[in-house]
Design a binder for this molecule. Structure first.
Ligand SMILES: [Zn+2]
Length: 265
């Protein structure tokens, strides 16, 4: 079965009502009756179903978010996402990011998210702007893992959330954007290594041509989410339309060393 046909898991936990079994028989019967009636009326409702996607800041509010495709500082020069779009990822991805954030905060740094879940329609616009599969994944051959909610574009910030020196800006498609920094600036090299080490320990791969792109190693557990609906006051989303890609996305062939071998974002 193609990996894409395996959709995200939804968890449902059921609250177990407590009953005091040290009471008399009539009391137990009464309690049981109350429990049954209450369960039937929905008074003992199940815990909420975990959403398909969550805002990373709802899991760790210290993570800085600056979605470049929600503003004008991107290759399109205009917003591709609605303003105030949250940085959405799969819940397990958010927890991994929070783990990496904890590692970085111990050292006085943190993560800034430049891109997270990307609607299929926005990815198609990017492809039309830059139809070069060296940098943009062709929507016809599986598209980007951003549309699965399992990839993020991330950079490093200091403890106050200010940008620090990194190899390039977002979406600067040039040799300096490669995974392994080869320039002379030792501070840039240190920052990049720190970001990559934290995300690797949290379970992410890097991408050979874009140092800012990270994919979770267990991406095959999930699937493509073409269309979503925001819920919980825009802090989460559910997938309303999903489709398996024609083939595995081009940025999914990661190696355990932390670099994925193909080029796409
Ligand atoms: Zn990316």
């Amino acid at each position: 079965m193609p990996a894409a046909q395996v959709s995200g898991t939804i968890f449902r936990a059921v609250t177990q009502p407590r009953v005091d079994f040290h009471r008399g028989r009539s009391a137990r019967t009464a309690v049981t009756l109350v429990v049954l009636l209450a369960a039937c009326s929905g008074a003992f409702a199940a815990d909420p179903v975990e959403p398909d996607l969550v805002d990373v800041r709802s899991v760790d509010p210290t993570i800085v978010v600056e979605l470049r495709y929600a503003g004008t500082r991107n290759i399109a020069g205009r917003a591709l996402y609605p303003e105030n779009t949250p940085a959405l990822v799969r819940p397990s991805v958010a927890r991994k990011l929070a783990y990496a954030q904890g590692l970085l905060r111990e050292r006085g740094y943190g993560i800034k998210i430049w891109d997270a879940y990307r609607p299929h329609s926005a990815h198609e616009q990017l492809w039309r702007l830059s139809p070069n599969n060296k940098y943009v994944a062709d929507p016809k051959t599986g598209g980007s893992l951003h549309t699965w909610g399992v990839a993020v574009d991330a950079t490093l910030v200091d403890a106050k959330g200010n940008d620090v020196a990194m190899p390039t800006d977002f979406d600067e498609f040039k040799p300096a954007a490669t995974l392994y920094y080869a320039g002379p600036d030792q501070l840039v090299k240190r920052h990049l290594r720190m970001l990559q080490a934290a995300l690797a320990r949290a379970g992410f791969y890097g991408l050979r041509t874009e140092w800012w792109h990270f994919v979770v190693k267990d991406w095959k557990k999930y699937g493509k989410a073409d269309r979503i609906e925001l819920i919980n006051g825009n802090r989460a989303a559910r997938i309303v339309e999903s489709a398996p890609p024609a083939s595995a996305p081009r940025d999914a062939n990661g190696r355990a060393s932390g670099a994925s071998s193909r080029n796409a974002r």
